[in-house]
Write a protein that binds this ligand. Structure first.
Ligand code: GDP
Length: 296
């Protein structure tokens, strides 16, 4: 998994074999490679800085165990720190409250919000045997509402009937009422995104949150997002308040640096990852898998 980086670091540090502890100069040389690997993986600059600093602190002065090469040891420190930053264990969704449990999905337009809403609803229905109601709150794009209705029909999962002229917060209220009356376990609120971060989107999301009091607020974000990942996650977390992140397009070519960036700036767990366009392409987030990919 870490072959490339191992080789690079190994080359730099091989000559150290036999010494007692890693020196600052040796570690600095290794840090340059790590920094390059992280930036190539599109990890945001500020996260690269704080991450390499933490690794550096652990590596300088670390005693080199006789049986391992110094390069391998630094790689292990990097890997462990990466997994720790990404969240050591799989983080499950928290549905532990009185039903219907509201789950709110937020994110930019095109991030995969509607698809992820349907994927999660499918998983909750099929695997967890929950009765799920989905509602689209995207009053700006009738096509988005229709998209969710079509997905619901295909999957045999109920969607809230579309009523023209309602505001998003009103729809949220109606969805929760309908979920209560209909005996649903979970009500999923698919909110409207914009193409860029904007105040109106944040204000609207905060209003919906106040009305719906969601148990989970998931930021749906494209794993191919580069340096913007930090601003995106920070803005949604401070202005709306997140409980977790769902990363989409893990099946793409990206190295997944956004995962590290978003987790590092918000401290919120990545709970799910989308691995394809189909509604069954949803998996729990596995930190060690992404750690390997980030290091290349
Ligand atoms: P929204 O505007 O945020 O609701 O985004 P959509 O759910 O409409 O998704 C936008 C596009 O991304 C669609 O073509 C989806 O099929 C696609 N998509 C969503 N999630 C994934 C994923 O995990 N992998 C891939 N390959 N495509 C995805």
């Amino acid at each position: 998994m870490f072959d490339n980086l191992s080789e690079k670091l190994g080359g730099i540090l091989d000559r150290l074999t036999g010494r007692g502890a890693l020196s600052e100069a040796d570690v600095d040389a290794a840090m340059r490679e790590i920094r390059r690997a992280l930036l190539e993986a599109d990890v945001a600059l500020e996260v690269v800085r704080s991450f390499t600093e933490r690794v550096r602190e652990q590596a300088v002065g670390a005693t080199v165990v006789k049986s391992v090469k110094p390069g391998q040891m630094v790689v292990k420190i990097v890997h462990d720190e990466l997994v720790a930053t990404l969240g050591s264990d799989v983080q499950a969704l928290d549905l532990n409250t009185v039903p219907p449990v509201p789950i709110m999905m937020v994110g930019l337009q095109g991030s995969g919000k509607t698809t992820t809403t349907a994927k999660l609803a499918r998983r909750l229905t099929e695997r967890d045997k929950r009765k799920v109601l989905m509602a689209s709150l995207d009053v700006y794009r009738p096509a988005a509402m229709e998209q969710l209705a079509v997905l619901g029909r295909d999957l045999g999962i109920d969607t809230l009937p579309i009523v023209a002229g309602q505001q998003p917060a009103q729809i949220a209220r109606r969805a929760i009422e309908a979920a209560k009356l209909g005996g649903y376990d979970v009500v999923m609120l698919d909110t409207a995104g914009r193409t860029t971060l904007d105040e109106a989107m944040m204000t609207e999301a905060a209003e919906i949150k106040a009305v719906a009091n969601p148990h989970e607020v998931l930021l749906v974000a494209d794993s191919l997002t580069g340096q913007d990942a930090v601003n995106l996650a920070r803005a949604f977390d401070t202005q709306v308040g997140l409980t977790g992140i769902a990363l989409t397009r893990i099946d793409g070519d990206g190295r997944g640096g956004a995962a590290l960036s978003m987790r590092a700036v918000t401290g919120k767990p990545i709970k799910l990852m989308g691995t394809g366009e189909k509604t069954d392409a949803l998996e729990d987030f596995h930190p060690s898998r992404i750690a390997g990919r980030i290091l290349g």
